[in-house]
Design a protein around this ligand. Structure first.
Ligand code: MN
Ligand code: MN
Length: 471
């Protein structure tokens, strides 16, 4: 009996439960980092807010804007207020390759349309039209408190930042769902994905008509504009160019009786943004290789646009790092640098959902609380659209994690042909670097309230720090 146990231990791959196996010190560290992480989630509900958070943080951590020309090993660049890269230049030449961790700081949400405001003639309510962003289940957004975050650029070029609905004293907003009593024909006969169509995701904005002219047509809409003008000094035409994002109102919370988990909006993928940034801040002095954290925008809509991972931004940043370090930065050197580089595509994975176990394949799926996932491939339909990391690089990462006692597990996104999804991995791989997906599991991904484990927050942090220091 004892021998078979020994054999099992030696020969069989088993996931390890962080809460069972991790030393007390690490369990405490998991709870501690999660406190900071929750604060970060509360402050950073949009990509712009995440960048603002890091601009403040980077100064404290001793990073300088790469454009300032200061003699420093710690540099960063922010582009278009929506994406950023930060780096610590290592001892080895950069052209020998960098260690880069890329995550994304956009999250599925609902945007206001460019011309959003109207008065609904049936109900006499002031309303806002919306256009959803990324992969959402539209019905989840109905009848839940919503907040408004965004940026309005006024005619004089001045930016006004809006954040309404997060303070307990703020009003919140809602897209009212249909009562079950009257949903029989309009909703219950439909497929779930069609039960709420995009055109019904309008937000109730206000209800009091403009007091001086209550009888006028659109007096409720006029009153909304008057209030907006008083508060922000804007007119209706200022909306036409604005970026206003609707997100679930409220803070992230501890979840579970034992407080072992976190429930909060936008953890895909800000959990990786936070843990990778924290990892670079805390990594050892005198790193061998140059470490880069790249916080990208637009992943949820395909990484397009000049703030997405397909843009030239990160390549240009690496070229400037070469220059900064006194190395050649011609196109050939840059290409070789990228080919020599190692990338963790830090994005979340779908943990086994106890309510829907049938979509996962248990042996290959991520388990919440069992550490960060190392995901060889994503994609769908026979690995379509996937990076599919090379065995050599995959093994290297796993070996480093094992040697440094990182809690990690393998993880594939769902059963074969159940669905699928992609990450930034393949866009980084296009430049020739070795790339693998590595991030925590999430329950209820892309819902308004995503559930993660504090064990996995910590394990991701430790994995990323180990990658910078040892890979
Ligand atoms: Mn993601
Ligand atoms: Mn996503």
């Amino acid at each position: 009996m004892k021998k078979t146990e020994e054999l099992r231990k030696k020969l069989v791959y088993t996931r390890t439960n962080f809460w069972k196996e991790a030393p007390g010190k690490e369990q405490k560290a998991a709870l501690d980092i999660s406190e900071e992480y929750k604060k970060f989630l509360n402050e950073c509900k949009t990509e712009r807010e995440t960048i603002d958070y890091y601009i403040k943080k980077l100064e404290k951590e001793g990073f300088n804007d790469i454009n300032t020309g200061k003699k420093t090993k710690k540099v960063f660049r922010v582009a278009r207020s929506k994406n950023a890269a930060l780096a610590i230049i290592g001892k080895k030449p950069i052209s020998e390759g960098v260690n880069l961790i890329v995550s994304h700081i956009d999250a599925p949400r609902v945007d206001l349309k460019q011309n959003p405001l109207y008065e609904d003639s049936n109900s006499s309510l002031g309303m806002l039209r919306t256009h959803y962003y990324g992969g959402i289940k539209k019905y989840q957004w109905m009848s839940t408190p919503l907040a408004m975050h965004g940026t309005i650029i006024k005619k004089d070029g001045k930016a006004i930042n809006i954040c309404l609905g997060e303070d307990e004293k703020d009003p919140v907003f809602v897209m009212p769902d249909l009562l079950p009593h009257l949903a029989r024909k309009v909703q219950y006969t439909k497929k779930i994905g069609e039960a709420v169509d995009a055109g019904k995701m309008n937000i109730v904005f206000n209800s009091i008509p403009y007091p001086d002219d209550k009888k006028a047509k659109d007096a409720v809409k006029l009153n909304a504009l008057v209030l907006l003008n008083e508060k922000y000094g804007i007119t209706e035409s200022d909306f036409l160019s604005a970026e206003i994002e609707i997100v679930p109102a409220g803070k992230s919370r501890d979840a579970g009786l034992d407080r072992s988990m976190i429930l909060g909006y936008g953890q895909d993928d800000r959990i990786c943004a936070f843990t990778s940034a924290q990892a670079i801040f805390d990594s050892i002095q005198n790193l061998e290789k140059t470490a880069i954290v790249y916080l990208a925008d637009k992943e949820e809509v395909g990484s397009d646009g000049n703030t997405g991972a397909k843009s030239i931004f990160i390549i240009d940043f690496i070229a400037d790092l070469l220059k900064k370090n006194g190395e050649p930065s011609d196109s050939s050197t840059l290409r070789k640098t990228l080919i020599n580089s190692q990338v963790l595509s830090a994005d979340v994975n779908a943990a086994i959902n106890p309510n829907f176990p049938s979509v996962h394949e248990k042996a290959n799926a991520v388990h919440l609380g069992f550490g960060v996932s190392v995901t060889k491939f994503t994609g769908s339909g026979g690995k379509g659209g996937s990076n599919d990391a090379n065995a050599e690089f995959n093994a290297k990462i796993i070996n480093i994690f094992n040697a440094n006692k990182v809690f990690w597990q393998i993880g594939a996104l769902g059963k074969v042909d159940e669905g699928g999804g992609g990450t930034i991995a393949k866009f980084m791989a296009e430049h020739g670097a070795e790339v693998i997906d590595c991030g925590p599991g999430v329950l209820g991904m892309h819902s308004l309230y995503e559930l993660t484990s504090k064990a996995d927050v910590y394990s991701a942090y430790k994995a990323y720090k180990t990658f910078f220091e040892k890979a």
